[in-house]
Design a protein around this ligand. Structure first.
Ligand code: ZN
Length: 331
């Protein structure tokens, strides 16, 4: 499925596309140890690619229309440093992240359980993700870097993903207006790639760097390659006020993408802190997000395939589509 055609042709804004959930969360559920790993889920591209494909498959079975490759924290420099491989081998590993997602999508689409066409988006994390110091939630590094330096950091990863045939780049967890600006400029070097830009936020109106989401949306709007703008990895409760804050900037060419985490809190020392809050309220909250214009909805960290399945059923009920599963339940 061509995401551009799908989003631009959906003039009545009815068809919400379902993204997947937290890939690392699913990999951990399968037994991978990713906590504290500077490559995070991208290490498995080297050590256990089958697990990545299986995780993609789980989200597809749950009804995801869009799956995001395991390349968020995958950089050539990172692979060279942390795996001791050559830069050519690192490029191949990075490309393999996209290929695994595409293979999972193809296998699913040609199988019996295929219910819908699938889009593969190539994940590109912020430079803070590469730094592995939690700075994708502060964006502090961007203050000390020029736009050209930020572009130079991202360029090899984009070159590699574009050469591997990426049609859509998921520029995710971007903490600052400055980094978004750099990515928007860099996109021009890759005219065959569309993208969405999704920001990390600190509250119901501001990006992690303290600027307003409005400013981030305006910067993203400078590129016709950016099909959607939004937020990811924030508590679900922040999505409504964040979308409210940019309501005046809504346009047919600029759709919203939202994929919050489960709402549990991240502690740099202790990891995810389980609390009473869970991802269970995402389906209910999504009704408002759709009214606000969200066209792509899914989950980020700690949102597992079961919860994406819940969201799928909720979206189907909304549209009155009876899925095979629901038909099974009725009989
Ligand atoms: Zn996340």
């Amino acid at each position: 499925m061509d995401l551009r055609a799908r989003l631009r042709n959906d003039s009545n804004h009815e068809g919400v596309l379902l993204l997947d959930g937290g890939l690392a969360t699913e990999l951990e559920a399968q037994g991978a140890h990713l906590q504290g790993d500077p490559l995070w889920s991208a290490r498995l591209l080297h050590t256990n690619p089958k697990a990545i494909k299986a995780a993609h498959h789980s989200f597809l079975l749950s009804g995801a229309d869009v799956i995001i490759s395991a390349t968020y924290q995958a950089t050539i420099q990172g692979f060279v440093e942390h795996l001791g491989v050559s830069s050519d081998a690192a490029r191949e590993l990075l490309a393999s992240g996209l290929r695994l997602a595409e293979e999972a999508a193809t296998a699913f689409s040609s199988g019996k359980r295929a219910t819908h066409p699938v889009v593969v988006a190539a994940s590109v994390g912020s430079y803070g993700a590469f730094l592995h110091d939690g700075s994708e939630y502060s964006g502090a590094y961007a203050d000390k870097m020029s736009i050209e330096e930020l572009k130079a950091c991202h360029r090899p990863q984009l070159q590699c993903l574009a050469a591997a045939g990426a049609g859509v780049l998921a520029l995710e967890t971007i903490p600052s207006v400055k980094e978004a600006g750099a990515l928007v400029e860099l996109l021009r070097e890759f005219p065959n790639c569309d993208a969405w830009i999704s920001f990390s936020c600190k509250d119901g109106t501001r990006l992690s760097d303290g600027n307003l989401l409005q400013d981030g949306v305006r910067v993203a709007g400078r590129s016709t390659q950016v099909l959607a703008v939004g937020v990811n990895c924030c508590p679900p409760e922040w999505v409504e006020p964040l979308l409210d804050s940019v309501a005046a900037l809504k346009s047919p060419d600029r759709r919203w993408v939202v994929y919050p985490n489960s709402g549990e809190e991240w502690d740099a020392q202790q990891g995810w802190q389980t609390s009473a809050k869970t991802a269970a309220n995402i389906p209910t909250l999504s009704d408002v997000w759709i009214k606000q214009g969200a066209a792509l909805i899914g989950g980020c960290c700690r949102v597992c395939p079961d919860q994406i399945g819940e969201l799928r059923r909720h979206l189907n009920r909304r549209l009155n589509i009876s899925t095979e599963e629901e038909a099974d339940l009725e009989t």
